[in-house]
Design a protein around this ligand. Sequence first.
Ligand code: AGP
Length: 600
Amino acid sequence: MCGIVGYIGNNDSKEILLKGLEKLEYRGYDSAGIAVKNEDGVHVFKAKGRIAELRGIVDENVFAEAGIGHTRWATHGVPSKVNSHPHQSESGRFTLVHNGVIENYDLLKREYLADVHFQSETDTEVIVQLVEKFAREGLSTLEAFRKTLKLLHGSYALALLDAEDNETIYVAKNKSPLLVGVGDSFNVVASDAMAMLQVTNQFVELMDKEIVIVTKNEVTIQTLDGVAISRAPFTAELDASDIEKGTYPHYMLKEIDEQPAVLRKIIQAYQNEQGQLEIDADIIDAVKNSDRIYIIAAGTSYHAGLVGKQFIEKVAKVPVEVHISSEFGYNMPLLSEKPLFIFISQSGETADSRAVLVQVKEMGYPALTITNVPGSTLSREADHTLLLYAGPEIAVASTKAYTAQLAVLAILAEVTAKSRGLEVNFDLTHELGLVANAMEVLCDSKEMIEVMAREFLSVTRNAFFIGRGIDFYVGLEGALKLKEISYIQAEGFAGGELKHGTIALIEEGTPVIALATQESVNLSIRGNVKEVVSRGANPCIISMEGLNMDEDSFVIPEVHDLLTPLISVIPLQLLAYYAALHRDCDVDKPRNLAKSVTVE
Ligand code: AGP
């Protein structure tokens, strides 16, 4: 996902913009650029590749008190310098950065800009050329910007500079995240607060279809029709140290290690004064009033939803369906009479999930978002929110957010069950405490898991993760972790399903990682291991204490059998981490991926 920053104040903007972009690197990008403005005009510096390359071309001698910056994750137009942002209008008067996708850019180009010579293949350039066209027709910059925005269909977070106006950055937002940060004699713009914690922790949320005039002393918010909006700033709860690696070589390893602390924080956050787990009564009522829950999510969050279904159905006795966001929106099943939609999203900005939220809200259905980012789009637009309290997750590969999602789903299931008068035959608070301890044991097993990564994953081109029941869902997550950071083709499979086709792919030495944490299917999954071993597979059995056997490669501590996914995933996270490390992959920022996919 692209990242946007902007600064206007009394200091030189270059370093503030570059540092801000570096804080957004985790979102994934393939080019970056800044534009700074002073009395000599607008100076644009942009390059394909990392921000380090951009730093190399920025002219240190340019002092400019206003500027905008951008990291681009290519959607329209290949990753290249010419397609990187900022983009300028034909005369060079206007300079723009954009996060999002303009769906009607081609139509606008043909209808309004047929005589304009375009530099790039991007939808963004259409926006800045439109602003210039309308300015040339005599409109003020604000009115030209407003007229342009009214023509756009799609998502955008925009920051615009006008070479003839040294006092202002023009900003607008629709669907893509954007905040304005406020300070003393300066103001900033950012895709998320992390980028500008360096100068302020006071931020104003922007809502869809708002246009904002930012000067160093004032922030003026209007609707597209010019109605003034007043909105108080909020204090970003993040601490600068939360977004530093500290002594860790990678954010991913730090975030894997944070899981025990995150789980303990979640237990604390959802505990009332009597030590009971508690969730907002409106949310519990929403669950109780529904006759079926539809969990909507993408990627790792979808995998968390599959496990969450087990919790809610087995403990709270409410039927649950789990759907991939990008499918559900275009392929909606026959819904029950009283559905409740639960959106799981670490970032709270995933466009595929948000599109479904907009759809179901229009249909009048209730929605709950489970997210790590307070004030995110999916949080703001749902009726209810449950927070993960996991702290910023920087690595593209989601780890602590996944186990946090499982914990919050387990708490939701247990509190709902009790509220429905159902018997819950275990003390979830106690069991989650044991899970946190078990997580620590696993986080201390890195050396052994690194050896396993070398043994099973160092030379292979593919890998299979098999499990039965809840282990199958964790296997899906393990496969996603491995493929997204090591680029090894990995697939998660239901153990019993391999023989229906996929077993044809098993060759001499093919690694098959099998999870065996469920007593009811322990012997069955071990039978599946025998099937693949007889065809040459190299088995890596990860079992739970009490179910383990001599041939197992790794044994995880015993926890409540419903909660095993919170710990069985940790060896898989670490296997993926070390496999990627051994292959010199970019662990935190894998190729082609973004931390939060805000385009559909
Ligand atoms: C997981 O490691 C990936 N980064 C990706 O699948 C991610 O889970 C997915 O894009 C959903 O993101 P969200 O939780 O922020 O909605």
